[in-house]
Ligand binder design. Structure first.
Ligand SMILES: Nc1ncnc2c1ncn2[C@@H]1O[C@H](COP(=O)(O)OP(=O)(O)OP(=O)(O)O)[C@@H](O)[C@H]1O
Ligand SMILES: [Mg+2]
Length: 145
């Protein structure tokens, strides 16, 4: 199917910390939108993985966040701006296997320390910015082939 994007398409979602029941809502919506637009399956998978990992981090670590995506004929940009504790050492947090997830989160199967590295791996551009005591902003761009 040909790519069917003639205009800028955007949407945003409110994410609430601790709300595991809503995990995956934003990534599922985005996936549906990209499918409807005829975007390449590989791109859809990358966007869905990156968005889902970002949602999980908000649910586990932050109080709340806004997830905003923009789709243009060239790429998709996903931005997640949270209110939360922030990240003291971003370089450390970006390392594969680094996690501060508490035991109860690990018991649910999270906390492998792979979320941020996977977000970066699945993005063409990845930016993370954090202020301790205020929150964290992640911006990811995935280019269309
Ligand atoms: N939005 C955030 N706010 C505060 N700290 C965060 C946030 N996102 C990540 N972190 C910190 O960075 C660490 C690494 O995050 P990452 O997503 O890579 O792994 P994880 O969430 O611990 O495990 P996984 O994603 O594999 O389930 C987290 O354990 C946490 O300490
Ligand atoms: Mg994570």
């Amino acid at each position: 199917m040909a790519l069917n994007i003639n205009e800028i398409i955007e949407d945003s979602f409110q994410l609430i910390g601790g709300n595991f029941a809503t995990a995956g809502e934003a990534s599922t919506q985005l996936k549906m939108k990209l499918t409807e637009l005829g975007v390449d399956e590989t791109i859809i998978r990358r966007a869905a993985i990156a968005t889902f990992e970002a949602e999980m981090n908000v649910i586990i670590y932050a109080a709340a966040a806004r997830l905003h995506y923009v789709i243009t004929p060239r790429n998709i940009t996903i931005r997640i701006e949270d209110m939360g504790p922030g990240i003291e050492d971003i370089q450390l947090a970006m390392q594969e296997g680094y996690s501060t997830a508490p035991d109860w989160v690990r018991e649910m199967g999270w906390g492998a320390g792979m979320g941020l590295p996977n977000m970066k791996k699945n993005s063409d551009e990845f930016r993370i910015d954090s202020v301790v005591g205020e929150g964290t902003t992640v911006e990811m761009v995935i280019n269309f082939p």
